[in-house]
Design a protein. Structure first.
Length: 440
């Protein structure tokens, strides 16, 4: 039996390591599925929540208020990243992953039983904001922990592929959320949906969360982290160390993550509201279109991750950003033709750069930091990108559409993000094949 100070990597055969790596990837990814199901449900039922929690004579004002609550989750994501990153870098990835999924499931369940404005008045939107912020706090730690955990288990020549399952299953989580929203909207009349139907997707967080906690309790920490802990090279102040010695890599991770989050929250969450409130599709049609697109993305992303094992994550990002510039406006023009089939085709086209971006981003950002601050660095950098790219872009797109009357505003934002991504990756990220880490 291995002594406590033995490098755990050396105590496993290649076959044992591969088996454990696959289990680690599956368990971490399943938790991310649940996290993104819980986190995305809000966006897919935002139009209904605006009526329940923000009743107004102006439907657009109610929707803007609802999207502001949606954005409030992003404000606390960096705080969650610091908290869970410290937990993951000091105590272990496993502990952090268990804690983050427990908090997310509890916050979603509390949202599902929350009375509306008609029952408890202004307290209803206040509590909605609180529960939404708890979800954001949890999500701030989940991505950094799951991505770091999988990266540290995977063989170097398979990391891009294995890590791509994180954004891949996140799409399945969003797809499940969109599917539940579509099912509820199609089976229930509007009155029932507003009275109680919107609660069903949130309450599913309870059994899903219990199942995931059971699974995460069965895993062990990554060999790389376990070796660092055994050798007493972990840091007691990962966030301070990150800011003191890794400011350059952190800034680049923030920039890459900002572009990725703009694509995520405009292209897969905001579009549900865009289809129903801007383009005039029914809520059921909107949810169904988005469901098909995100399920397609769930397939595209691992393929893009496999592609990344051959060409490198930097090239995948360059292909992605270029595709955003080229195909986004045509895809939105198709979506605006008031045809469900054309809207599906248009959104599917938009999923190509999106999938490339997801795979390239997650494969890249885990390589910027050493094991001692990896969880904190990935989580905090990605969370700041989420605040800028994800928290602001849906509200900005909604407001600009209302002010300008131009339905192509989201497409222009995505094209701009692609140009920004090209500038960052081509100009700031240098491929380095002689170092342990890929980028500096």
């Amino acid at each position: 039996m291995a002594s406590p100070t033995t490098d755990p990597v050396t105590t496993m055969t290649a076959g044992e390591h591969q088996k454990k790596a696959k289990k680690a990837t599956g368990v971490a990814a399943f938790g991310t599925f649940i996290e993104y199901y819980d986190f995305s449900v809000y966006g897919y039922v935002a139009a209904t929540l605006s009526v329940v929690f923000f009743p107004s004579d102006d439907p657009m004002m109610g929707l803007l208020n609802t999207l502001l609550v949606f954005g409030s989750a992003f404000v606390v994501r960096p705080l969650g990243a610091i908290f869970f990153g410290r937990l993951g870098d000091r105590v272990g990835r496993r502990t952090s992953l268990i804690a983050s999924i427990g908090l997310m499931s509890a916050a979603a369940a509390l949202t599902g039983i929350l009375p509306g404005y008609a029952q408890i008045g202004v307290l209803a939107p206040i509590l909605l904001v609180l529960f939404r912020m708890l979800q954001g706090f949890s999500t701030g730690g989940e991505i950094g922990g799951a991505a770091s955990y999988i990266r540290e288990w995977a063989a170097p020549n398979r990391r891009s592929f294995y890590v791509s399952f994180i954004p891949g299953v996140a799409q399945l989580g969003k797809g499940a959320a969109a599917g539940m929203a579509a099912l509820a909207a199609s089976l229930l009349p509007a009155e029932a949906m507003e009275a109680w139907g919107w609660r069903i997707p949130f309450l599913l967080a309870v059994p899903l969360g219990i199942l995931c906690l059971y699974m995460r309790l069965s895993i062990e920490d990554s060999p790389e982290f376990a070796a660092s802990r055994a050798e007493h090279t972990t840091t007691t102040k990962p966030f301070s160390t990150l800011l003191a010695t890794h400011r350059g890599p952190l800034a680049k991770v923030m920039a890459i993550s900002t572009v990725q989050n703009i694509g995520t929250y405009l292209g897969t969450v905001f579009v549900a509201v865009y289809f129903s409130n801007v383009l005039g599709f029914t809520k059921a049609q909107a949810s169904t279109i988005v469901l098909l697109a995100v399920l397609a993305a769930a397939v595209f992303i691992p393929v893009a991750g496999l592609f990344g094992t051959r060409v490198g994550a930097k090239k995948v990002l360059i292909f992605s950003y270029t595709a955003y510039v080229v195909v986004t406006i045509p895809s939105f023009l198709l979506m605006g033709q008031h045809s469900v089939p054309l809207a599906i085709v248009g959104l599917l086209i938009g999923m190509v750069p999106y999938a490339l971006c997801q795979a390239g981003t997650y494969a890249s950002i885990t390589e910027f930091f050493p094991v001692q601050v990896r969880h904190t660095g990935v989580a905090f950098g990605h969370s700041v990108g989420a605040v800028i790219g994800g928290g602001l872009s849906p509200f900005l797109a909604t407001w600009l559409i209302d002010v300008t009357g131009n339905n192509l505003v989201p497409a222009f934002i995505l094209v701009g993000s692609g140009l920004m991504g090209l500038a960052v990756v081509v100009g700031l990220v240098r491929h380095n094949t002689t170092d342990t880490h890929l980028y500096r």
